[in-house]
Design a protein around this ligand. Structure first.
Ligand code: AMP
Length: 458
């Protein structure tokens, strides 16, 4: 089996990896390291949790060391662009951890933090600059950084850059970079607009892919519960009575939705934190810290705010609302089962979200197994049989697909899950929480209320 030494990683970095507890390279690292070391451009198709940060950070550190020189005032040798503050901070931490014995300098700049301190960090020039696109351009316009000496460019989570409307910023940044450079481009999915963006940045790239595009993380056990929107909170409380949910990331579609869920969780005695685009940087950092250190068992987040959250021991991802963009489902459930561990993703599906579920199943080419509880709605017999939902534009009805044979009983499914394991998105998308508060039913927290799943009759 290939190890980091065979891949040509230098001794001081091997020592740092040892300290991190990395024994074997992950598949994306095995594929990407030699290409980056050769100085070639790269497209890496890899979902979160695959070890893609080290796949670019390790060879970059080695390349910077092989040709050690000063970046020059207000300049950087490597520029890493990330869509969110959290992801940028995390990438910066990774470079510092892997390069701890190298004496290279790293700066991280993102919005919502002091410009002044960032300017100070950039003043003498840095080896590695990690930035969100908007704040980087602020620094460019205030002449606190110049990009004409960049030797290596990394564009991470390119699909989210587009989702978040960074396309114009990226095009502008491209014009400020030298033509002669190495470019590395990472994305979990590669729909045509991302491929076009890649073509603008890359020159004759090598392509590596660790999972086929748009497939779900293999080790994540999945389940869906059909439920009325106004019973979702009760369902969440009922599920949380199960102690095997040790640390859960709960996704809502909107920022207000996230706040509402947290408020109700807290009044039911489930300590929870919210993280979304309306929170200040300080609040986000504190919430994440409470979650990481186990003071809060639950972190309720909107899709975009959760990007870059790297917490190893998330036992469960709970989709309180299903995402209306199917690729987001893949990202969300990838927050559990990180770095080789298992995990479980449970999705709540209201009648008007069934079209989203169909889109997800079509994208991932697998049916999400049903889980039933006393609060469950009867699952739709066929895709056309449930209450009529409005499919997103351009997606028509599909012939009925066979359900996966596997079925979950709620508590059994939890038992299987085990430990070990920015910027706001477009406001228009964050709006529109369709929560209906009518008809609340009283629900006991006892798991005894779970009803055994009966085989569906067809
Ligand atoms: P990433 O996909 O870069 O966000 O990495 C996901 C997680 O895997 C992070 O917590 C990394 O610290 C961890 N990781 C990356 N490479 C390895 C490795 N070779 N062995 C063990 N853990 C790793």
């Amino acid at each position: 089996m290939t190890n980091f030494k065979d891949l040509g990683v230098s001794a001081p970095i091997l020592k740092a990896l040892d300290a991190e507890g990395y024994t074997q390279p992950t598949p994306i690292q095995v594929q990407a390291l030699p290409i980056v070391q050769e100085g070639r451009d790269l497209i890496g198709l890899a979902q979160t949790g695959t070890g893609k940060t080290a796949a670019f950070a390790l060879p970059i550190l080695d390349r910077l060391m092989a040709n050690r020189k000063h970046a020059g005032e207000k300049s950087c040798r490597t520029l890493v662009l990330a869509p969110t503050r959290e992801l940028a901070a995390q990438i910066g931490d990774s470079f510092r951890a892997y390069g701890r014995f190298l004496g290279l300098s790293t700066a991280v700049v993102f919005g919502g933090a002091s410009m002044f301190k960032q300017k100070q960090a950039l003043c003498r020039g840095v080896d590695i600059l990690v930035a969100t696109p908007g704040r980087l351009l602020d620094h460019v316009s205030q002449r606190s950084v110049r990009l004409d000496k960049v030797e290596i460019l990394v564009l991470d989570e390119a699909d989210h850059m587009l989702d978040m409307g960074f396309i114009h910023d990226l095009r502008r940044i491209a014009t400020l970079l030298p033509k002669q450079r190495q470019s590395l481009f990472f994305s979990a999915t590669m729909p045509p607009p991302i491929a076009e963006l890649a073509a603008q940045f890359l020159n004759n790239p090598e392509r590596v892919s660790v999972t086929p595009p748009s497939t779900t993380a293999e080790r994540v056990e999945q389940a869906v519960i059909h439920i009325d929107q106004n019973k979702k909170q009760d369902l969440l409380h009922a599920l949380l009575a199960d102690k095997t949910i040790t640390r859960a990331l709960v996704f809502t579609r909107t920022k207000h939705g996230a706040d509402r869920v947290v408020k109700k969780l807290e009044s039911a005695n489930f300590p929870a934190e919210a993280i979304h685009g309306n929170k200040s940087q300080g609040q986000r950092t504190r919430a994440l810290d409470a979650f990481k250190k186990g003071r809060a068992r639950l972190l309720v987040a909107t899709e975009i705010a959760a990007r870059g959250i790297d917490v190893d021991e998330i036992s469960h991802v709970i989709n309180f609302d299903l995402p209306n963009v199917p690729e987001q489902y893949v990202h969300r459930i990838g927050r559990t089962a990180r770095a080789g561990a298992g995990g479980m993703a449970i999705s709540f599906c209201a009648p008007d979200e069934r079209a989203y579920l169909r889109d997800i199943e079509r994208l991932t080419k697998q049916a999400v197994p049903l889980m039933e509880t006393d609060l469950s709605l009867r699952a739709p017999k066929s895709e056309g049989a449930g209450p009529r939902t409005k499919a997103p534009a351009g997606r028509g009805g599909q012939p009925q697909r066979k359900r996966a044979p596997k079925k979950h009983h709620a508590s059994e499914a939890h038992g299987k899950a085990h430990a070990k394991q920015g910027h706001t998105r477009s406001r228009a998308r964050e709006e529109g929480d369709r929560r209906d508060r009518k008809g609340n039913s009283v629900w006991s927290n006892s798991p005894a209320h779970y009803r055994k799943q009966r085989k569906p009759t067809r």
